[in-house]
Design a protein around this ligand. Structure first.
Ligand SMILES: CC(C)(COP(=O)(O)OP(=O)(O)OC[C@H]1O[C@@H](n2cnc3c(N)ncnc32)[C@H](O)[C@@H]1OP(=O)(O)O)[C@@H](O)C(=O)NCCC(=O)NCCS
Length: 304
């Protein structure tokens, strides 16, 4: 019987099962292939490489009702290509911009649903058309007003997110090399897998002149949709934390919106502390979507 302790040499020494040499050869090749799959499935990659047993893969396994062995083989050979983290290069620009934009825009539907459930929205969507009906006596007019309000709300939500993307693309992201790689205390990294950018993150000293030497700000963390749940974001954030330590910063700060639930979970999971929240603009306040600020204090490297 073949189990995970059966070595390849033992497999080769197994007695022939059938007489015909072709069948014997095919069967032995099959057994060796199975063993290789088992061996590959038990390899644990390095820290900044893809992890075995991600949340997404675990879910895939559960959905497909695979056994743990099938699951190990599945994750290593079909779901997860290895990745590595490296500094940004000019040739990455298009992919980085696409990944960043997608990572922001994807929150529009969730935010729209959230805004629809706000008491102020319900009052507006029910009260406005009802008042119009009472004044005009026309259901059609009331319905038209409701649909117009819905479209206006959808537009407002979309506008807030796209405005943020456009502003970033016209400022720090327009020339990433210049913004992030021209000074010692800042950097931009990508996670690359099979020649493709699957994750991004940047870091700049904060704008406040008196704090620039102490605080590093993390920006534009994003992971390709199909590569989520593999620990890529965690590895990217760890890269920023290590960089901050190496550069002598004492704190890493960042801001994210309250609608970015995965990001909130990730930062909390990694030990970031929530330090405040505010509304980015009046339009964001109108939607009751706050920006949440996080901080990660780096342990002092000085020995007393
Ligand atoms: C947030 C984001 C970067 C996470 O990327 P990821 O590679 O899937 O995250 P990881 O696999 O490294 O997850 C690490 C931890 O974060 C938390 N986490 C990440 N996604 C989560 C989710 N959807 N639900 C709950 N927890 C989640 C978990 O604690 C997870 O650890 P676990 O797998 O051991 O449970 C990704 O969802 C993304 O790109 N979102 C869109 C862009 C965005 O919102 N960026 C944040 C900008 S501030």
């Amino acid at each position: 019987m073949i189990n995970k302790y059966t070595s390849r040499s033992q497999l080769k020494r197994m007695p022939p099962v059938f007489g015909a040499p072709e069948v014997e050869h095919a069967l032995n090749s099959f057994l060796v292939a199975i063993q290789r799959l088992r061996e590959e499935a038990t390899l644990k990659p390095l820290d900044t490489q893809g992890f075995c047993g991600s949340r997404a893969a675990r879910a895939e396994c559960r959905d497909a009702q695979l056994s743990p062995v099938d699951f190990d083989i599945q994750t290593q050979n079909f779901s997860m290509a290895p990745y590595h983290i490296r500094k940004y290069q000019e040739s990455d620009h298009q992919q980085v911009v696409a990944l960043f934009s997608q990572g922001i825009i994807e929150h529009i539907p969730t935010t729209f649903r959230y805004v629809l459930k706000l008491p102020r929205t319900l009052v507006l969507l029910l009260g406005g058309p009802l008042a119009l009906f009472l004044v005009s006596g026309s259901w059609l007019l009331a319905l038209g007003a409701d649909l117009t309000l819905l479209a206006a709300l959808r537009f407002l939500v979309k506008h807030c997110f796209t405005e943020y993307v456009v502003t970033s693309l016209n400022t720090d992201m327009s020339d990433i090399t210049k913004s992030y790689l021209s000074e010692r205390g800042s950097c931009f990294w990508v996670a690359e897998s099979e020649g493709r950018v699957v994750g991004t993150v940047g870091a700049l000293p904060v704008e406040e002149p008196s704090l620039r030497k102490e605080r590093l700000e993390l920006f534009h963390l994003s992971v390709a949709l199909e590569r989520r749940g593999e620990g890529i974001a965690k590895a990217l954030v760890r890269t920023v934390l290590q960089f901050a330590r190496d550069q002598g910063y004492s704190e890493v700060v960042l801001s994210t919106s309250m609608m970015q639930h995965s990001a909130l979970a990730l930062y909390q999971h990694m030990g970031f502390q929530k330090i405040g929240q505010y509304f980015h603009k009046k339009t964001w306040a109108l939607m009751a979507v706050a920006v949440v600020q996080f901080s990660y204090r780096l342990p002092s490297t000085q020995v007393s």
